[in-house]
Design a protein. Structure first.
Length: 289
């Protein structure tokens, strides 16, 4: 069998094309096979946490607003596909409590941040009260006020709708009974009077001696109310990283809110644009996959 000079090169080219095509099929099949996961698990987004304060979590690199250490990347959490949730429960992403602010001038303003401080506040120590029986009643004081009241302290109950022999009211004193929290900001304080001095079911007000509280305060504008209670935004020194922190608050007067717990002295707190920062936090939370 003989081939002409022009036929042989054409045949060689056809064989080469066939080999290339076969190789492409093999490579494509191999790539497709490797692309199929062995299970329906994919890595979640990287988050950053403080090595000393694990509760400080951010979606972006930043500094811890508590100890100023750089946040370290956490291992991405896996997301399981429907039907593969562990123990039949839906996997939930951790909620970031710390995040970075956009570079907006209002967040850098000199008066946008204030420091927590110990500040003397004059408290009138008057609260609404009701009578339980002929000699005991209950008053509702702010948390910071209730901490100042001592068992046996003298005061007066002024009933609503009737006059008393003493213009100040019925003499009462603080009971030895423990204080009971009523909500996130107030506590029940029991008071007692001489037998028969009170009328069951009466309502009015209880007054104890005015005093000065020297405790921790923040500017009232730093508070953001939410369904889970009041919170503030603690800011790092560079005003780039903020951390949402729950606080217990007492009375709010003279433009300051008494802090019962949740903050330390000399911490930076967003005081002017707290509401806008909270909107930014929720926007980032919705944008995080």
């Amino acid at each position: 069998m003989t081939f002409k000079g022009s036929t042989l090169p054409i045949l060689v080219v056809r064989v080469l094309f066939a080999l290339v095509a076969a190789g492409a099929v093999v490579v494509g099949f191999s790539a497709t096979y490797r692309a199929v996961p062995t299970n329906a698990v994919s890595a979640g987004p990287t988050t950053y946490a403080c090595p000393m304060h694990p509760e400080v979590v951010s979606a972006t690199p930043a500094d811890c607003p508590i100890c100023r250490m750089a946040l370290e990347p956490k291992k991405p959490q896996s997301k399981t596909s429907p039907g593969h949730a562990e123990h039949g429960k839906d996997a939930k992403e951790p909620v970031a409590v710390s995040f970075s602010l956009p570079n907006e001038p209002e967040f850098r303003a000199f008066d946008a941040v204030s420091r927590t401080k110990v500040y003397p506040m004059s408290l009138e120590m008057r609260a609404p009260g009701s009578v339980d029986d002929g000699e005991t009643g209950t008053a509702l004081f702010y948390l910071d006020e209730s901490e100042l009241l001592k068992p046996g302290e003298d005061g007066w109950f002024s009933p609503q709708g009737r006059t008393t022999e003493d213009p100040l009211g019925v003499p009462v004193r603080v009971s030895d009974a423990p204080r009971v929290r009523f909500d996130g900001r107030t506590a029940r304080v029991r008071f007692v009077a001489e037998r028969g001095g009170l009328v069951p079911g009466e309502i009015g007000s209880v007054k104890f001696s005015t005093r000065v509280r020297r405790g921790l305060v923040v500017r009232a504008g730093a508070l953001v109310e939410s369904p889970d209670g009041p919170h503030v935004f603690v800011m790092s020194d560079d005003r780039r990283t903020v951390t949402r922190r729950a606080v217990e608050v007492g009375n709010v007067i003279y433009g300051y809110a008494a802090i019962v717990s949740g903050l330390r002295e000399n911490e930076n707190v967003a005081s002017r644009y707290a509401f806008q920062i909270d909107i930014e936090r929720r926007r980032l939370a919705e944008a995080t996959p």
